[in-house]
Design a protein around this ligand. Structure first.
Ligand code: ATP
Length: 364
């Protein structure tokens, strides 16, 4: 569902928290709101589900004014995820997730099925966790429950206010990756507040940069990085914004096919002859089920040795940032890319990362 905000103002006496905001959030995208503390991010988010009443302006969801929908129905039709304090401590995981479906009077079986589906979606073991209280979960697990609860009634729109803000950096990374996977499956319209620019670049299809209640720039993430509109945006992006952009580009957008696939079960002599006769340089081995089994990079090595087969690979949905990190740590300049069925889909090479990056001034 698309959301359109027209001439939105929010005033507290003579202080203007939101000043004439005009913006459209498109269907199925993750739109990140970012800006310094107090710039109005949370206010703007809460104006959409009427947790805060705007002073003036119009809001349309799929071209219908939100004032034509009663407030309770509006709130129930929009998922809302905030930092972990959002879970009710005296309710179990199950009770927390079922709040809105119960209010909507869903039948018991439908709620039960939905909870099972959501627990699987956010990767939490149902049997182990369903009857726990929030205090019995880790911060990351609580946040997964928060996401499941936000999605409970299958809303088309999800508002997320710094949902991973209280999580330590390592678990935060895991949650962000899980979140992107989830969005790939559910394709909701998500408005996501953060003040972490890396998180914004990693998660946002589009980014809206706010400053003192106004929008400084709103565009596709890559365009923001490539063409910051002014010094405010440039400062917010920081010195290494080009490098940060690698977070945002998926490996699958940067593949080459400069390799040969052989079966791992061939006789060593046979493999050796194939390599020698065809002067093969990069050989990927599949097993009998066509699943990735390993590779040999003979570019810088003069001798073939089957024992040197490496298992290293990256998944197609990894970012270039994560992949580059893996390549640098392993000291390799090329790495096979596999899909989630362990099938080879291409090769990621240093050169193509940089080539791709310098050509990336395009709309996402
Ligand atoms: N009830 C209120 N009365 C007066 N001013 C308010 C009220 N609520 C919020 N504000 C002001 O409105 C501005 C925007 O607040 P908001 O919470 O939207 O900022 P934010 O960008 O989400 O900040 P943060 O990143 O720190 O969470 C702030 O300057 C805040 O002080």
């Amino acid at each position: 569902m698309s959301i359109k905000l027209k001439n939105i103002y929010k005033k507290y006496d003579d202080f203007t928290a939101i000043e004439n905001i005009n913006i459209e959030f498109e269907d199925h995208k993750i739109i990140v709101l970012i800006g310094p503390s107090g710039c109005g991010k949370t206010t703007l988010l809460k104006i959409i589900n009427k947790l805060i009443e705007r002073s003036s302006g119009e809001i349309y969801i799929n071209n219908n004014s939100i004032d034509d929908i009663d407030t309770i129905s509006l709130r129930r039709s929009i998922g809302y995820v905030i930092q972990e304090i959002g879970l009710f401590p005296h309710m179990t995981v199950k009770e927390n997730i079922s709040i809105v479906p119960k209010l909507l009077k869903w039948p018991k079986k439908k709620i039960e099925d939905r909870i099972k589906y959501l627990m699987e979606l956010v990767n939490l073991d149902y049997e182990i966790n369903i009857n726990k209280y929030p205090a019995q979960l880790s911060g990351g697990q609580r946040q997964r429950v928060g996401v499941a609860r936000g999605l409970a009634a299958d809303p088309e729109i999800l508002l997320m206010d710094e949902p991973f803000g209280a999580i330590d950096p390592i678990n935060r990374e895991t949650l962000q990756n899980a979140f992107l996977e989830i969005q790939n499956k559910i394709k909701k319209t998500i408005i996501f507040v953060t003040h972490d620019i890396r998180e914004a670049i990693k998660l946002g299809d589009k980014i809206a940069i706010l400053n003192k209640g106004k929008i400084e720039q709103y565009d596709n993430t890559i365009n923001i990085i490539k063409r910051p509109k002014n010094s405010f945006v440039r400062n917010l992006l920081g010195e290494d914004s080009e490098f940060k952009a690698l977070e945002f580009i998926k490996v699958s957008e940067s593949l080459s096919q400069n390799y040969t696939v052989l079966n791992i079960n061939n006789y060593e002599d046979q493999v050796f002859n194939m390599i020698k006769n065809n002067n093969l340089k990069f050989i990927i081995f599949n097993d009998e089920n066509n699943k990735f089994s390993g590779y040999l990079d003979l570019m810088n090595k003069d001798k073939f040795n089957i024992e040197k087969i490496k298992k290293l690979n990256v998944k197609s949905d990894f970012s270039l940032f994560d992949s580059l990190n893996i390549m640098l740590k392993a000291g390799v300049s090329k790495i096979p890319v596999i899909n989630n069925k362990n099938e080879i889909i291409g090769l990621l090479e240093f050169e193509s990362i940089f080539k791709h990056f310098s050509l990336s001034e395009v709309n996402k």
